[in-house]
Design a protein around this ligand. Structure first.
Ligand code: PXP
Length: 236
């Protein structure tokens, strides 16, 4: 299983001050140097974390692959076609949401999704559809021409350690098996953390996990001792 690191929340922190620190380029570089197989960023319609210039810079500086998360928006499709990332992951997007709240309804808008991803596929960009672990959505995804699905692990993650964990986990396992039998490659992500990620090993053939929040959160505390002691040293 490969690890894709989502660096959006480095940009969230940077944007809180409107400056250039912390640098997402440096963040991506550190992730790559420590085993990330790809870097994910979500260019949201409201540009709340990643900005246009970030993706134009990332595409030239990454040593691995850029996986661009995006909604079905024409202006973002245009940027994707300009920068030509290794892959895109199509997600639903609501302006008011704190993070991507549910999977893309591929079954309910099969023609629209198929048409939207066509120019991206024609340009040689790999396409992944971020869907809930649901049979109808998996079957619909297989009809679009996309090569990948990314299973939304948010509900599993929320239920981890509670009564519904097993049922939610089985939905992921069954969906992955079905998707693979239909010729799709399977990624997973959202809400995965240091406690719940181990069960992903129980799903055969998962290709990549895309993880952001828990990694950036942990990095604050693993990095804080050095950051404080260095500043203390400077002001002694
Ligand atoms: N995959 C997708 C499609 C996402 O939208 C997100 C969140 O931006 C993630 C993975 C990563 O989720 P988390 O930040 O909870 O690890």
């Amino acid at each position: 299983m490969l690890l894709g690191v989502n660096i959006d929340h480095i940009a969230t922190l940077r944007n809180a001050r409107g400056g250039i620190e912390p640098s997402i380029i440096k963040g991506a570089e550190i992730a790559e140097q420590n085993g990330a197989a790809s870097i994910t960023t979500h260019l949201r319609e409201d540009r709340r974390h990643i900005k246009n210039e970030d993706v134009y810079t990332l595409i030239n500086t990454l040593k691995t692959r850029l996986n661009l998360e995006m909604a079905m928006a024409d202006d973002i499709q245009k940027i994707a076609l300009e920068i030509n990332p290794h892959s895109i992951c199509l997600v639903p997007e609501k302006r008011q949401e704190v993070t991507t709240e549910g999977g893309l309804d591929v079954a309910g808008q099969l023609d629209k999704v198929t048409e939207f991803i066509k120019p991206l596929l024609d340009a040689g960009i790999l396409v992944s559809l971020f869907i809930d672990p649901d049979e109808e959505q998996v079957r619909a995804s297989a009809k679009t021409g996309a090569q990948f699905i990314e299973m939304h692990t948010g509900t599993y993650s929320e239920c981890f350690g509670y009564e519904d964990e097993e049922a939610e986990f089985q939905k992921l396992k069954k969906s992955a098996e079905l998707a693979q039998s239909l010729g799709l490659k399977v990624n997973a992500g959202h809400g995965l953390n240091y406690e719940n990620v181990h069960r992903m090993h129980e799903i055969d053939g998962l290709y990549e996990l895309n993880i952001g929040h828990s990694i950036i959160s942990r990095a604050i505390f693993t990095g804080l001792p050095e950051a404080v002691s260095k500043m203390k040293e400077l002001i002694l």
